[in-house]
Design a binder for this molecule. Structure first.
Ligand code: PLP
Length: 350
């Protein structure tokens, strides 16, 4: 803290990302990165973009990528918004929609960036408890609100909500923007993008960081009614006109165009998840049903922080959250079969 800090900054509580260790021999199952690399076509496209053109600004509208996303989802490009990671898309969405008199609603167990943005933008919120099975209940989202946001599948639980339930929430809140944060939807869920035409209050966000294995490139997107997209563009163009650089635009577009690689690597992750769930259940873990590229598991007889420390000593990192309700859970990213095996061995006999 210094005298130069504005009073506002003194009270800010920033997000704490999962550890990115400098040691490379560690098996990293802590930040939900994809164990398989990005599409080779994406890498090729980015390589070709490293040239003299870098002296020029990129396309501020990233039209090439908007068209790839629009083609992939069968929507019009005017329904697509892009940002420097979906975290940035979410930040602009808070600015555009959630500065209201009534509180924002999100689940008590959810993405920990949501309350952080509330702090940054001065948005009041109510954390709505998940039910006993760690599921989101639509009827809990009928109270007065200035907006609603939740991940689907939820993070860090991995639990998927049926599209019918998403629809119930949309119908019950025609005067609020409802953001469905689909960071993990490609690992077993069905996207709500097909509801965008019917619900003008729906904004679906996605990222290329997980299922398209481009966390290092920082690209996220939103799909919604063009009225919502227009508000996001206003905020974006009042903040940074060029959030996506030249490499990001071509790399992300090539990743979206390479369906075959995308589908194959998602299937590999899903198959590994099912195997790891079985192995952990065999060791006595309770594992929440996951539709994501991670699982959320607790052992009835072993302290979660202790288990995280134990596997860490053997070079495997998993994520542990201190929040009371989930303090006995570990969030484990699905790795390659070899990485998952390293975790199983590091856990040993329990
Ligand atoms: C990873 C993640 C994001 C952010 O992804 P970006 O890397 O910023 O695109 C957003 N929401 C949830 C729930 C996530 O897990």
């Amino acid at each position: 803290m210094s005298k130069f800090w504005s009073p506002f900054v003194r009270d800010l509580v920033p997000y704490v990302p999962g550890e990115q260790p400098k040691l490379t021999r560690l098996v990293k199952l802590n930040t939900n990165e994809n164990p398989y690399g990005p599409s080779p076509k994406a890498i090729e496209a980015m390589r070709a973009q490293v040239n003299d053109d870098l002296r020029l600004y990129p396309d501020p509208n990233s039209d090439l990528l908007k068209q790839s996303v629009a083609r992939y989802y069968g929507v019009d490009a005017s329904h697509v918004f892009l940002g420097n990671g979906s975290d940035e898309v979410l930040a602009h969405a808070y600015h555009a929609f959630f500065l209201q008199d009534k509180p924002l609603l999100f689940p008590d167990i959810s993405y920990s960036f949501y309350p952080v943005y509330c702090g940054l933008y001065g948005v009041e919120y109510e954390a709505v408890p998940l039910d006993e099975q760690f599921q989101i209940r639509a009827q809990d989202y009928t109270r007065p609100n200035g907006g609603i946001i939740f991940p689907n599948p939820n993070a860090p639980t991995g639990c998927l909500m049926a599209l019918e339930t998403v629809e119930q929430i949309l119908k019950a809140n025609p005067d609020s923007v409802v953001i469905v944060d689909e960071a993990y939807i490609d690992f077993g869920g069905e996207t709500a993008i097909r509801l965008v035409e019917r619900y003008s209050n729906l904004l679906v966000t996605q990222t290329l960081s997980k299922s398209r294995s481009l966390a290092g490139l920082r690209v996220g997107l939103a799909v919604g009614h063009s009225n919502l997209i227009e508000a996001l563009e206003r905020v974006k163009n009042s903040f940074n006109s060029y959030p996506l650089d030249r490499m990001a635009i071509v790399g992300a577009a090539a990743a979206f165009d390479d369906r075959e690689y995308f589908e194959r690597t998602c299937s590999l992750v899903i198959a590994s998840r099912e195997k790891l769930v079985e192995q952990l259940q065999g060791k006595g873990f309770e594992v929440l049903p996951s539709a994501a590229n991670f699982i959320f598991a607790r052992h009835p007889k072993h302290d979660a922080a202790g288990l995280a420390a134990k596997v860490r000593e053997q070079g495997v990192i998993v994520r542990h959250f201190k929040q009371e309700r989930i303090a006995q859970f570990l969030r484990i990213t699905i790795g390659t079969p070899e990485q998952n095996q390293a975790l199983v061995e590091a856990l040993g006999e329990l």
